[in-house]
Design a protein around this ligand. Structure first.
Ligand code: GLU
Length: 283
């Protein structure tokens, strides 16, 4: 499957302006994007994250924040890279497999669901979080459990399982707008041109709790799918996969996973599922 990348840079600039969030623990620094080797030869490591998803992966004025950022930072440390050796790279949904195969990044932690189609191209460590597809709607919307979404104006992101699920099962006859980032969809939801933004509840909760949207949106509270977040890495790199799995296990065992959950999902009131076991994919 091929996805378009057009408009991503512009979207990132736009979403920076849209997203306002405090950066946790002093902020992780933006090291910029240089070279295309995955970085490890220079003593640095390049890691793909999202830049516009509050609570998950967000570029802030001070650096980077979010659950994926904390997971990535923990894993990198276990691999021998201190925080100042990490170069975060933006990997929008439609770019993730390509970024890994090309060697732009060593691994990706970017609300990246493990599925069969992606496993044809990349490998996954994890899972490290179980989320569910849901809808973000206007606070006064009557869209709820049981509402037929066919014919509704939905918005999601190209290259996401969320968009795929709408087309395949949830509402094949919906009027689905596929944009480059979820924060672009938020603008449509705010203006009323979109009835619902659909993606993982973990992401939607972050948007709903943003200061400028407080009281304007609500989650419908549907569990439309199981999204098992994995760390994407180059196909066949079993050594790296094993190392990352060990790091994830350690993160859960020593309480750092729970701490990261509280820090990043607490402010949004997101009720997450318990830590998944490595290799335990909920279908
Ligand atoms: N977890 C879903 C996916 O991997 C939706 C979120 C995203 O696009 O990052 O496609």
């Amino acid at each position: 499957m091929k996805f378009r990348k057009a408009g991503i840079a512009a979207a990132s600039v736009l979403t920076l302006a849209l997203t306002v969030s405090a950066c946790g623990d002093g902020g992780k620094k933006d090291k910029g994007d240089s070279g295309s080797t995955g970085g490890s030869d220079k003593g640095t490591i390049k890691i793909g994250i999202k830049y516009d998803q509050p609570g998950i992966g967000q570029k802030t004025p001070d650096g980077f924040a979010g659950f994926d950022v904390d997971v990535a930072t923990f894993v990198a440390k276990e691999l021998g890279y201190a925080e100042d050796k990490i170069e975060f790279v933006e990997t929008p949904s439609a770019d993730r497999e390509t970024a890994i195969s090309r060697g732009d990044v060593k691994f990706i932690a970017a609300s990246y669901s493990i599925n069969d189609e992606r496993e044809q191209k990349v490998d996954f460590a994890g899972p490290y979080l179980l989320a569910h597809q849901d809808l973000l709607v206007a606070a006064d919307s009557d869209i709820a459990e049981g509402t037929d979404l066919n014919g509704k104006n939905l918005c999601s992101v190209s290259g996401s399982t969320s968009a795929q699920n709408v087309k395949k099962t949830i509402a094949p006859k919906a009027n689905l707008k596929e944009l480059s980032t979820y924060s672009e969809c938020i603008a449509g939801l705010a203006s009323g041109s979109v009835d619902a933004l659909t993606t993982d509840d973990s992401i939607l909760a972050g948007y709903a709790s943003q200061e400028q949207y407080k009281g304007k949106f609500k989650l419908a509270g549907l569990k439309l799918s199981n999204e098992n977040y994995g760390i994407g890495l180059k196909e066949g790199d079993t050594k790296l996969k094993d190392q990352i799995n060990k790091a994830l296990e350690k993160m859960v065992a020593d309480g750092a996973w729970e701490e990261a959950v509280k820090k990043n999902f607490g402010p949004a009131g997101y009720k997450n599922e318990p830590a998944p076991k490595i290799g335990d994919i909920v279908k």
